[in-house]
Design a protein around this ligand. Structure first.
Ligand SMILES: Nc1nc2c(c(=O)[nH]1)N[C@H]1C(S)=C(S)[C@@H](COP(=O)(O)O)O[C@H]1N2
Ligand SMILES: [Mo]
Length: 388
């Protein structure tokens, strides 16, 4: 039966397992790839959870405003380790796939559970990698689910299946790594050569994409979806004013920024904002999609506005609302740690000129150590209250 099926499907492995004759496949190789994958996964998982917590902070969580570039680093690592999965996962699946054809497929209940956990792990890991790559390529339409929600929950599924898998395989891995390199050199690619090839593939993918956040590498990063210096005022744009349908209101001379606080509410025109003390800071936009770029921003300190409306500049928080009517990123919360920071500005200028309409004219938030999604553009209202 198996043989007939094997022949019909042209899967020689079902008929003669020995056709998988690569000398390279060994428990040792699989273990080493597994360790590399495990390390990459853990970095990717923790940086991803951090990004999620910053965007949806539960009561117990607080994220500092310094170091100013920390989020840029954690999110850069998230995308770099996620992309490193592509060659690592490919190599690991290659190193074990003949076992898919082992017969009988299920030997015992324990074996069935182990197989099921591997099936979940492989499916979840592929789901994460494919979804992540589509997201950073800005091909949102290809994803049938809202990316961050799906990516977050499947990450927990992946970690669960991974821990089960590690638990089951640990003795095997220990054994394989303790034994000395037994495979004799029979010419062809050695195990070390294979690992070096996989590592080079990872390095090529990294170099080809990391330029979206490490600007000196932008020119060689041919696969990077963004170049950090390309865009109006030499900075990429995430959503344009046209896309957010705000151009009319943003350019209207009757525009007023409403700042509401515990003691009073003020309505500031662009001229009023410019008359307040101006400060200049260098801060990055660090998009969750992995690109990031520094800008030189000039504007009013948020904590000065808190002072203006009678809130405590060192112990107040703010709700920022955009002129944008729809869209997930039309509002954001600024916790007290960030509001008190002198680097947090309501920016009016970028790189030496009035803020471009697509960068949030007339006024946008720029704060240290914060994901791009929280750097609200085209601000219409700021509500400040004492407390966090
Ligand atoms: N109102 C509003 N603000 C927004 C967004 C948005 O869609 N609407 N996108 C955010 C995202 S995801 C990023 S990465 C930054 C990008 O800022 P930039 O376009 O000036 O580079 O703006 C943020 N501010
Ligand atoms: Mo973003």
């Amino acid at each position: 039966m198996v043989r007939i099926l094997g022949k019909a499907l042209k899967l020689p492995g079902l008929v003669r397992p020995q056709v998988f004759d690569s000398e390279l496949r060994s428990t040792r190789l699989t273990s080493q790839l597994g360790i590399a994958l495990g390390v990459a996964f853990m970095i990717c998982f923790f940086t991803g959870v951090i990004s999620h917590l910053i965007q949806h902070p539960p009561g117990w969580f607080s994220w500092p405003s310094r170091p100013a570039g920390l989020y840029r680093l954690t999110q850069g690592l998230h995308v770099v380790t996620g992309l490193a999965f592509v060659p690592l996962l490919g190599a690991k699946l290659w190193s074990v796939y003949p076992r898919l054809f082992q017969w009988p497929p299920l030997r015992s209940i324990g074996h069935a559970i182990e197989r099921a956990s591997i099936a979940v792990l492989v499916a979840a890991a592929l789901f994460q990698v494919v979804g992540g790559v589509l997201n950073i390529s800005r091909w949102y339409g290809a994803l049938p689910y809202f990316f961050t929600t799906g990516h977050y929950w499947v990450a927990w599924l992946t970690v669960g299946a991974l821990l089960t898998h590690i638990g089951v395989k640990l003795p095997l891995v220990r054994d394989a790594l303790a034994r000395s390199d037994a495979i004799a050199d029979k010419g062809g690619l050695s195990r070390r050569g294979f690992l070096a090839t996989v590592a080079s593939a990872g390095a090529v993918i990294t170099v080809a994409t990391v330029g979206q956040t490490v600007s000196p590498l932008a020119r060689v990063s041919v696969l990077a979806p963004r170049r950090p210096t390309v865009g109006p005022q030499r900075l990429p744009v995430n959503k344009t004013a046209a896309g957010a349908a705000v151009a009319g209101q943003a350019l209207d001379p009757s525009y007023r920024l409403v700042v509401a606080g515990p003691e009073r509410e003020v309505r500031l025109s662009v001229t009023d904002l410019r008359a307040l003390p101006q400060h200049t800071v260098i801060l990055p936009i660090a998009c969750v999609e992995g690109w990031s770029a520094n800008g030189t921003w000039t504007g009013v300190r948020l904590r000065d506005l808190a002072d203006l409306v009678g809130a405590h500049p060192q112990a107040a928080s703010a709700e920022i609302e955009s002129l944008e009517q729809r869209g997930r990123y039309r509002r954001s919360h600024v916790p007290s740690s960030h509001l008190a920071d002198a680097l947090t500005l309501i920016a009016l200028e970028l790189n030496g000129a009035v803020l471009h309409l697509d960068h949030g004219y007339p006024a946008r938030l720029i704060a240290p150590n914060r994901p791009g999604v929280l750097q609200t553009k085209w601000i219409s209202r700021i509500s400040i209250r004492n407390g966090s």
